[in-house]
Design a binder for this molecule. Structure first.
Ligand SMILES: *Cc1c(COP(=O)(O)O)cnc(C)c1O
Ligand SMILES: [Zn+2]
Length: 409
C-alpha cells in the first residue's frame, strides 16, 4: 500500500480520490499528490533506502503508486559527475553535473513516465498517451511497450529526426500535429476529455510530476545525504524545477537530510523564456510566447507550472537566466570539451545559463553547485552540425597523414 492520502488542490486544498483526475472542480487549480509524512518518517531510513536497487523505486515511499509491481526499465540513479574542468572555466570550485542522459530512453522523462505508467496500470488503463516536445514521446512509446499498453503519442510535426525515430522504433501511433507544443497540448486536452486514455502529462499529471522529485532525492543521496547549495534546472512546463525543490523539502521534512538553504535557478532559451522573462520583470503574471528556438524540448510558450516555478525560485532565493541559440550551441560544446559529455539542446541551455549566472555573480563560486543535464545530444545532432571541426579525409599512408600537419587538439 502506498503513502498518498489523496489528490489535493494546490490552490484551495480540496481533496480528491486517487484517480486520473488533475483539476479542481471548485477553483480549477491543479491537483497534487498529498502524502502521509508521519507514516513515511517512521517507515524510511537512509540505510533502508541505500540497501535497495539503484533505480527511482528506492524512494518508493515518496512516489504515488500503491503496489510494488513497477513498470520499469531501471530508470534513475544516474551519475552525479564532479565537473572540475568545467568548474575551473566558469569559476565554480565545487561544481557537479547530474547526467540524466544515462536513462533508458536517454532523458529524464523516463522517471516521470515510469511513475505515470505504473499508476495507469494500477488504475486499469490499457492505453498510454502524451502531448510531447520529443523526449516524452520517446519515453511513453518505450514504457507503453514495456507495460504491454497501446500507445498514442502526439508531437509537433517539426521535431528533430532522431527524436521521431526514437519513438517510432517502439511502434506507437505517432501523430505529428501542424503547430507548436501548445497547440498539441490543447488538442490532447480535448482528446483526453473524450477517450479513456492515460495521458501521462494531462489526466495523469499529478502522478507523472512526482517522478521528477527523484532528481532531487538522488542528488542529495549522492552528495552523502546532503542537499546542494544551488542548482540550475532547465525549464519547459516548470514541473521539473518545482519537483526537485519539493523532493528536497520532503527529505528534510522526514529527517533524511538536514534543513539548510538550497537556491533554485531556472534556465530557459531566449526564444522561449516566459518564466525567465517574468522573473526578470519581477512579476508573476505570464505572457505566453510563440517559441522560436533550437531548444525544442523546452519550447513550451504557455507553461502549465510556470507560476509555481516562479514561486519556487522566489521561495528558494534563486533566480532565472536565458541564453540565445548561439549560446546554447556554445554550452553544448563547452560541456563536451571540458567534461566529455554530449548533451542535447536543453543541456546547452543549462550550461549556457550556468556560465551566465556564474559570470554575473548570481551563483556563489564556492558553494556546492549542481547543473542538471536532462537529455542526450545524440537526439538533437542537427543543432551542432556545421558548428564542429571537419573530418580530414586522407589516403591510408603515413606521408598523407604527415602532410596534414595536424597537431594534437
Ligand atoms: C521535458 C524536458 C525538460 C523540462 O521539463 P518540465 O518539467 O516540463 O519543465 C527539461 N529537459 C529535457 C531534456 C526535457 O525533455
Ligand atoms: Zn481548488
Amino acid at each position: 500500500m502506498g503513502y498518498v492520502k489523496s489528490l489535493k488542490c494546490r490552490e484551495c486544498g480540496q481533496e480528491y480520490e486517487k484517480t486520473a483526475k488533475y483539476v479542481c472542480e471548485f477553483c480549477f487549480g491543479p491537483l497534487e499528490a498529498a502524502y502521509d509524512y508521519d507514516k513515511i518518517k517512521t517507515d524510511v531510513s537512509r540505510g533502508k533506502i541505500a540497501a535497495r536497487p539503484l533505480n527511482i523505486w528506492r524512494y518508493r515511499e515518496f512516489l504515488p503508486v500503491e503496489g510494488t509491481r513497477y513498470n520499469t526499465l531501471e530508470e534513475g540513479y544516474t551519475p552525479l559527475i564532479r565537473a572540475e574542468r568545467l568548474g575551473e572555466e566558469l569559476g565554480l570550485s565545487r561544481l557537479y553535473v547530474k547526467n540524466d542522459c544515462a536513462n533508458p530512453t536517454h532523458s529524464f522523462k523516463d522517471r516521470v513516465v515510469a511513475v505515470a505508467s505504473t499508476r495507469a496500470l494500477e488504475l486499469g488503463f490499457d492505453t498510454l498517451a502524451c502531448a510531447s516536445t520529443g523526449n516524452l514521446a520517446n519515453a511513453v512509446s518505450a514504457y507503453g511497450a514495456k507495460g504491454g499498453m497501446k500507445r498514442f503519442v502526439f508531437i509537433p510535426s517539426n521535431l528533430e529526426t532522431s527524436k521521431v525515430t526514437a519513438s517510432l522504433i517502439y511502434d506507437p501511433n505517432l501523430i505529428g500535429v501542424n503547430g507548436n507544443y501548445d497547440d498539441v497540448n490543447r488538442l490532447c486536452s480535448e482528446i483526453a476529455g473524450k477517450h479513456k486514455w492515460a495521458f501521462v502529462n494531462i489526466n495523469m499529471r499529478p502522478y507523472y510530476a512526482e517522478g521528477s522529485k527523484t532528481l532531487g532525492f538522488e542528488v542529495a543521496e549522492q552528495l552523502g545525504w546532503k542537499a546542494p547549495d544551488q542548482v540550475v534546472v532547465p525549464v519547459a512546463s516548470g514541473s521539473l524545477l518545482t519537483k526537485i525543490w519539493k523532493g528536497t523539502q520532503e527529505f528534510i521534512k522526514v529527517g533524511l537530510i538536514e534543513n539548510k538553504p538550497m537556491r533554485v535557478f531556472g534556465a530557459q532559451a531566449a526564444g522561449c523564456s516566459p518564466v525567465t522573462t517574468a522573473y526578470k520583470a519581477k512579476t508573476d503574471t505570464f505572457r505566453p510566447v510563440k517559441p522560436n528556438t533550437i531548444a525544442k524540448s523546452l519550447a513550451i510558450g504557455n507553461p502549465a507550472d510556470g507560476f509555481y516555478a516562479l514561486r519556487t525560485i522566489a521561495d528558494s532565493k534563486g533566480g532565472a537566466e536565458m541564453v540565445t541559440d548561439e549560446e546554447i550551441v556554445e554550452g553544448i560544446k563547452l560541456l563536451a570539451r571540458t567534461e566529455g559529455l554530449f548533451a542535447e539542446t536543453a543541456g546547452g541551455v543549462t550550461i549556457g545559463c550556468l556560465k551566465k549566472l556564474a559570470g554575473s555573480g548570481a551563483l556563489d563560486p564556492d558553494a556546492v553547485t549542481v547543473a542538471y543535464v536532462t537529455g542526450t545530444g545524440l537526439k538533437t545532432q542537427e543543432a551542432v552540425t556545421g558548428h564542429l571541426r571537419e573530418v580530414k579525409v586522407i589516403q591510408p599512408n603515413l606521408a598523407a597523414f604527415e602532410a596534414t600537419q595536424l597537431v594534437p587538439a
